[in-house]
Design a protein around this ligand. Structure first.
Ligand code: SF4
Ligand code: SF4
Length: 381
């Protein structure tokens, strides 16, 4: 049975967060029973992008500090870091407040700029990854994920966060290799099974709803969760936002491929029912198996797709830069950078990297009217 510690915490107050996390880890048997003293630890907070922690995109520095403090008090050796979706890891660490904590505790920011190809023959779908040196130089990982909505996978929590161990632009290449939510989820499970993360912590004190994982709205869920099982944590995350966990491919493949359990979970701490937020703004429809279908009619006129709100686009071009398709699925019309980029939905694989990386909240997922009628999706969404 997988244990998930559920902790009520309504503010980013270091003393309170530290006490909660310490209590939770003790309930799981204590830190030494989870990670032996002689193991070197990589702490992997969410550092998706360079932004202030108040935007709820990245792991809050107070949650990061509470974990660091506990490990320092127990004389562990550790480094920290993450490979952002866009930009330099050190700059992102500074802006998010994570580096300030690392500097105060004399911790080294691990190497998430360079990496190596590793082979993983046990993978169900993906047998090779480009992994950051930070991971190759450590013995184990503590994953500190953020509780957020996600355009491709619906949620991003404990299972998805270690994708930041894939170095640099290789993350984009993985999107082009595994171009729908289902095979992308299988790849993520292979990655997590390779990484063997020993402990997962989910920062949901302030979560993100709506147009996540970068451009959504911060919303209080007042919760921290801790577990050795990322599938169990993400299952409880779904239950808290009244979302059917069985529509989430990472959860179903996570149990199928032995990463964890979605149906055999013991809750320690606060009852899940006391956190339920039925109004949490998230796409609750099943992820269509036909997303990324090769049928061009379906692709163009039926399937959910990213959409640029031209009137507020700042024409920065980041969306074009991050598109992982070789000949780009969005571009400047006739090379004119004074107008918003335009999509070629025939080429677009619906990976939502553009939506994720747009710094100005301009790109949203949208289902065309024909798709809404065919799939019975609410017309106003
Ligand atoms: S990243 Fe956003 S703001 Fe920049 S060009 Fe693309 S849609 Fe416009
Ligand atoms: S246009 Fe956006 S969603 Fe489509 S392939 Fe490029 S980055 Fe992915």
């Amino acid at each position: 049975m997988s244990k998930v510690v559920v902790l009520r915490c309504g503010e980013y107050d270091l003393k309170k967060v530290y006490e909660k996390i310490k209590w939770g880890i003790d309930e799981l048997g204590g830190i030494e029973s989870i990670i032996p003293k002689n193991k070197k630890i990589l702490i992997n907070p969410n550092m998706l992008i360079s932004t202030d922690s108040k935007n709820a995109v990245t792991t809050h520095p107070v949650v990061f500090e509470a974990v660091v403090k506990l490990l320092v008090e127990n004389n562990y050796q550790m480094t920290y870091g993450d490979s952002p979706g866009f930009g330099n890891p050190e700059k992102v660490a500074k802006k998010t407040g994570i580096k300030d904590v690392g500097d105060r505790y004399n911790l080294k920011l691990a190497d998430f700029v360079n990496g190596k190809t590793i082979s993983y023959p046990e993978g169900m779908l993906c047998k090779q990854f480009e992994i950051a040196n930070a991971v190759l130089e450590t013995d184990t990982i503590i994953n500190i994920a953020k509780m957020k909505s996600h355009a491709l996978q619906r949620i991003t929590g404990a299972i998805k966060n270690p994708f930041g161990c894939v170095v640099g632009f290789n993350k984009g290449l993985m999107h082009s290799r595994f171009s729908n939510a289902y095979n992308f989820a299988e790849m993520l499970i292979d990655l997590d099974n390779y990484l063997k993360v020993d402990l997962h912590i989910l920062d949901g004190i302030i979560a993100m709803e709506g147009n996540g994982p970068r451009n959504g709205d911060p919303t209080p869920m007042n919760v921290i969760m801790i577990s050795k099982d990322p599938v169990a944590i993400d299952t409880i995350f779904c239950r808290m936002i009244d979302l059917n966990p069985f529509i989430i491919p990472t959860i179903t493949y996570g149990q199928k491929y032995g990463l964890g359990s979605h149906d055999n979970i013991e809750i320690i701490g606060e009852p899940v029912e006391s956190f339920i937020n039925k109004e949490f703004n998230i796409d609750r429809d099943t992820i269509k198996k036909t997303e990324n279908s090769s049928l061009s009619f379906l692709r163009k006129y039926v399937l959910r797709r990213p959409y640029i709100q031209e009137d507020i686009c700042k024409k920065c071009g980041i969306c074009i830069e991050v598109c992982p398709i070789d000949d780009k699925a969005l571009s400047w019309k006739n090379g004119d950078k004074s107008q918003a980029p335009i999509y070629d939905y025939d080429k677009c694989i619906r990976c939502y990297c553009c939506q994720e990386m747009c710094p100005y909240h301009v790109i949203k997922p949208k289902t065309p009217v024909i798709g809404k009628i065919l799939y019975g999706v609410r017309l106003l969404k």
